[in-house]
Design a protein around this ligand. Structure first.
Ligand code: ADP
Length: 247
């Protein structure tokens, strides 16, 4: 049964359907290094989104003619599981998934010292197990951690978050229902220590003033998420240290 969009997504007190305030992120849970057979991996829950990222590489590239003489080829696959959305989705890659794979690759590549590994491939797999809006952003946040976990030299982590306009209010971190029922959505990816934006998209209508406010909201959201990202990365190494000390 298709879900009906309620008439009001935000009440007169500025409270959203899931109880959040306008500038509040969804609760998140992040874990790093959870897959034994990948070189690096991470998992994120952001609200109802559940996304797994795995990284292989740098490794030999096949077919060889794709190899780049001066840097590693970053390959990204964003994929939604058939059970990730309300109506079963075909497991075959859709146009949207092909486009998002490119968008994610371009958002992650500036953070990686690809020039250190000419002729190799770095492969990033992003598996959306459950989707509820903002999966490209949560996918970037978790993929960046998987790259760090694989020990790939990076300039900075990349963290991403969206902001937009819903029922006339400017809001942070839109859910699926807010995305569909809202009037604008702006996904942003940031390298926080370098203050460099690696992804900026916008869907919908905003005035120039609103655009600036929404951009700032998304930047603030990224900065908050970056704290959780760093904690998750540190937690993995604390766990490794404790395991070594116990041996
Ligand atoms: P993002 O997930 O980055 O916001 P979109 O704006 O394209 O990307 O999608 C918004 C949301 O729409 C997704 O997070 C997901 O909840 C939902 N969605 C995407 N593709 C499908 C699909 N094939 N069937 C049902 N819902 C979908």
């Amino acid at each position: 049964m298709p879900r009906k969009t309620p008439e009001k997504l935000i009440d007169e007190n500025g409270t959203r359907l899931d109880g959040r305030t306008l500038n509040q992120l969804r609760p998140s849970k992040i874990e790093v290094g959870i897959l034994a057979n990948a070189d690096g991996s991470a998992y994120i829950e952001q609200g109802k989104n559940k996304i797994l990222a795995a990284v292989y590489g740098p490794r030999e590239l096949h077919p060889k003619h794709l190899a780049l003489p001066d840097r590693a080829l970053l390959q990204c696959r964003y994929h939604m599981a058939p059970f990730s959305v309300q109506e079963r989705k075909s497991p075959a890659p859709s146009r949207r998934e092909i486009e998002l794979s490119k968008v994610l690759r371009e958002a992650l590549e500036p953070s990686i010292f690809v020039e250190y590994y000419p002729r190799t491939s770095i492969d990033v797999f992003i598996e959306v197990l459950q989707a509820d809006g903002g999966t490209r952003c949560a996918g970037i946040t978790v993929a960046s951690l998987a790259l760090a976990d694989a020990g790939i030299p990076m300039r900075d982590l990349v963290v991403a978050c969206s902001a937009g306009k819903v029922d006339g209010h400017l809001v942070l971190d839109l859910t699926d229902i807010e995305d569909k029922g809202g009037t604008a959505d702006l996904p942003l990816a940031l390298m926080p220590n370098l203050s460099a934006i690696t992804l900026l998209q916008m869907d919908g209508d905003l005035t120039v003033d609103e655009f600036e406010q929404v951009l700032n909201l998304a930047v603030e959201g990224c900065k908050q998420l970056h704290v959780f990202q760093k904690e998750a990365l540190k937690a993995k190494y604390v766990a490794v240290k404790e395991a070594v000390e116990e041996e």
